[in-house]
Design a protein around this ligand. Structure first.
Ligand code: ATP
Ligand code: MG
Length: 736
């Protein structure tokens, strides 16, 4: 039975809801599937339902579990719930699969067969460890590719498969990877570290193998709500299914058209499985989009209709038609960035704010040129999900010392700092230590200790001894100092601070600032930790382990107080978000869709879904930009616009192609003898000789823009071709 708009009770505290949304919010069904397109209010419905359960149905906060995809989405969700129900949301569990699983493992470490001080290793550490194991096993990197091996291990974990469940393969590479997987598992267990995939798998196994622990959680969580369900993978689905059992209520919301993590094992089919695994599933579809103009929505609908495998739905909106999508074919990536800056200015002149704006791209590496242009233009920005603060080398070095303080057997941390700052412990010494560790199945720390008395006195033994003394001294401080004090102590005692300070290079200052920032982050963490547990933490032994876990799970997407700024992020990290003004950049065939997807229909469809996610982030205005030439990841090639642009009906778009207005002269000879005309108000002509204070003399090749943004491309005799903005370049004509 469908509820019409008029029938939705108006006095409800929940705010505006349409009929279908109201049904979803208030449904009494035990299993609920909300299947709906972008911007139709899925997340809103999920949040309102939580509020409804808390305020109208007598459900207590601790009985609710909400799972979302990113830390940012989780904090936003908590924020929205707090707005509706106030502080009573504190005991409610909202988080990502990783965050929640980690919490469960910490509480039940022993039952999950983990020591209490277990630590999380990130992808970078995981790869280092795999490389080391390959080396120890005596395999060649070329034969046993570390990255492929890591993919193999993670894929199997995501599928819930342990090494010993894989059997013996007749394919040499598979057999090799399987053995490595086994060695890797043993090593991680011995040194008490878990990787990201392990967190999920271990939590799942804990529930599977300890029914009493499972029952405890099942009894607690009466309502489970999952956002972005289309991107759950096998192990996450199994996790949910176990937890839900037969008694709990579960609501899942998702959109098959926005499934974009197939490459990481996400399964759209989980939507079908939900129907199969649970009886009496009530499905509610939401089809009205509240986010975008009808033009943006029509473009997105047209694009996604090119995908064959869809559950099928068409979104509509009552919203305004709005402006057409603007296409800009830039000369190169620098020109693309320049155009974006110009349009950002325009938006702000028109009364808009930086906060409204997002620049999206397919690949992280694209951000560099954009960042440079924004910095030059003095526009505040923040990059989401790029190189995380905690991934920076200097930060990871300090964290490695801290990890050792929590767990001396953490080999990855040991390897990172044994000779940092340099103290004469070289690769050969380390190899001997590794050999002992491998033979006796002990950690590097213990191995190094037993190795020390066997080597002659000298630089190496001094270095090793100094390292032990230093770490042992720090250990005594853990119980005395607060977290930020400990951080400072480690920086001084280890010699890292002086080391970073005295390293030559342009990044020195930035690295020092990062170290200060880390001390500050530690202070903030202690404060919020104290608030959460209503106590004053006197020393780091309580806070350090949770600080390190939080750091490892931080995906660089946390909300910080950054003031008003533009957001830069990959399309993947834009999922679920919305912005009045969106620039979708790098819309070139080969970059987006990525050339590796050209000949694989399934991959190409996933790229198209990613593009659909991008288009549907925009509320009022959308720009699509591409560069005819792009120097990218060392390649410089000529590109054609993305095929996804062709899939958007032309009447919905308008093109701005500044270059096209100024055809390049056909030959240098022609340029010199008969200069072509530029726009009327250009002070120069094509082919004219000009002089620049720094670059010397050159010839004008082309130009574009007008007024303040007018620029010319000049071929300088010494410096080659350069684009210059006329207003700043101070070019002078050279008499010929
Ligand atoms: P996505 O698929 O991108 O995650 P979604 O389906 O989760 O999108 P929401 O983010 O919940 O959509 O909602 C999109 C926008 O529409 C939000 O700004 C939300 O506040 C607004 N919205 C949703 N429902 C209504 C409504 N009934 N009346 C007014 N605005 C609404
Ligand atoms: Mg959403």
């Amino acid at each position: 039975m469908l509820i019409t708009e008029e029938e939705v009770p108006q006095d409800i505290f929940l705010g505006d809801l349409n009929g279908a949304q109201y049904q979803a919010v208030t449904a009494s069904a035990q299993r609920l599937l909300v299947l709906a397109g972008a911007g139709s209010g899925k997340t809103r419905v999920l949040v309102q339902r939580i509020a409804y359960l808390l305020t109208q149905c007598g459900v207590l906060p601790h009985q609710l579990l909400a799972v979302t995809f990113t830390n940012k989405a989780a904090s936003e969700m908590r924020h929205r719930i707090e707005k509706i129900v106030g502080n009573s949301s504190a005991r409610l569990w909202v988080g990502t699969f990783h965050g929640l699983s980690h919490r469960i493992l910490r509480t039940n470490a022993a039952r999950a067969n983990l020591p209490e001080n277990f630590q999380i290793i990130d992808a970078d550490d995981q790869l280092r460890l795999i490389k080391r194991l390959i080396q120890e096993r005596g395999w060649d990197d070329e034969v046993c590719d570390p990255k492929r091996a890591m993919g193999f291990i993670n894929r199997h974990k995501d599928e819930g498969k342990r090494a010993n469940a894989l059997g013996i393969s007749s394919v040499p590479e598979v057999a090799m990877f399987t053995e490595l997987y086994r060695l890797y598992e043993q090593h991680c267990q011995r040194t008490a570290v878990v990787d990201f995939a392990e967190i999920l798998l271990r939590a799942y196994e804990l529930w599977r193998d300890c029914p009493d622990v499972l029952t405890q959680y099942q009894q607690r969580f009466k309502h489970i709500l999952v956002d972005e369900f289309q991107d759950t993978n096998t192990i996450q689905y199994a996790w949910l299914k176990l937890l839900c059992g037969t008694e709990s209520n579960m609501m899942i919301v998702g959109d098959d058209d926005q499934s974009i993590y197939g490459w990481r094992g996400a399964k759209i089919e989980n939507i079908h499985r939900f129907h199969k695994d649970f009886t009496d599933v009530v499905t509610i579809r939401l089809e009205q989009n509240y986010r975008s103009t009808s033009t943006i929505l029509a473009a997105a609908n047209a694009l996604i209709s090119n995908n064959a495998s869809r559950l099928g739905k068409e979104l509509w909106t009552q919203g305004i038609q709005g402006e057409k999508l603007t296409l800009y074919g830039a000369f190169n990536e620098i020109d693309e960035a320049r155009f974006i800056v110009e349009r950002i200015r325009q938006w702000c002149h028109g009364g808009g704010s930086f906060e409204d704006i997002a620049i999206l791209y397919r690949s992280n590496a694209q951000s560099r040129v954009l960042e440079q242009a924004l910095r030059q233009a003095n526009i505040a920005y923040r990059v989401y999900g790029g190189l995380r603060f905690f991934d920076r080398a200097e930060i990871k070095d300090v964290l490695a010392y801290l990890r050792l303080l929590v767990n001396l057997n953490d080999d990855t941390a040991f390897e990172r700092v044994i000779n940092l700052p340099p103290r004469g412990v070289g690769e050969r010494t380390l190899a001997s230590i590794r050999e002992i560790a491998k033979e006796k199945q002990i950690s590097l720390w213990v191995a190094a200790k037993s190795y020390l008395p066997t080597i002659p006195l000298g630089r190496i033994s001094n270095g090793l001894r100094q390292f032990f003394e230093c770490v042992e001294d720090m250990l005594t401080q853990v119980n005395m100092l607060a977290l930020s004090e400990l951080m400072q102590y480690v920086l001084q005692k280890s010699g890292l601070f002086i080391y970073v300070k005295t390293q030559p290079g342009e990044r020195t200052q930035a690295r020092i600032e990062n170290l200060h920032e880390l001390v500050q982050a530690a202070g903030q963490f202690s404060n919020s930790h104290d608030e959460m547990y209503e106590q004053t933490s006197t020393h780091s032994s309580e806070t350090l382990p949770s600080f390190l876990s939080e750091v490892a799970l931080d995906a660089g997407d946390r909300d910080t107080e950054d003031g008003v700024c533009i957001k830069l992020m990959t399309l993947h990290s834009a999922k679920g978000l919305e912005f009045p003004l969106v620039f979708l950049t790098g819309m070139e065939d080969g970059l987006f869709p990525h050339h590796r997807c050209f000949h694989d229909r399934a991959l190409l469809e996933e790229e198209r879904r990613l593009c659909y996610v991008g288009l549907t982030r925009a509320m009022r205005k959308l720009y699509l930009t591409y560069a005819e030439k792009r120097a990218f990841a060392g390649l410089s090639g000529a590109n054609r616009p993305s095929r996804f642009i062709d899939e958007i009906p032309t009447p919905l778009t308008e093109s701005v192609n500044l270059n096209a207005k100024m055809p390049l002269p056909t030959s240098p000879a022609k340029r010199r003898t008969s200069p072509d005309a530029l726009e009327d108000d250009f002070p120069f002509q094509l082919g004219q000789r000009v002089k620049h204070q720094r670059f010397g003399e050159g010839v004008i090749l082309s130009g574009d823009g007008a007024g303040e943004t007018a620029r010319v491309q000049v071929n300088f005799a010494k410096e080659g071709k350069k684009w210059l903005v006329l207003a700043y370049a101070k070019l002078e004509p050279v008499e010929q």
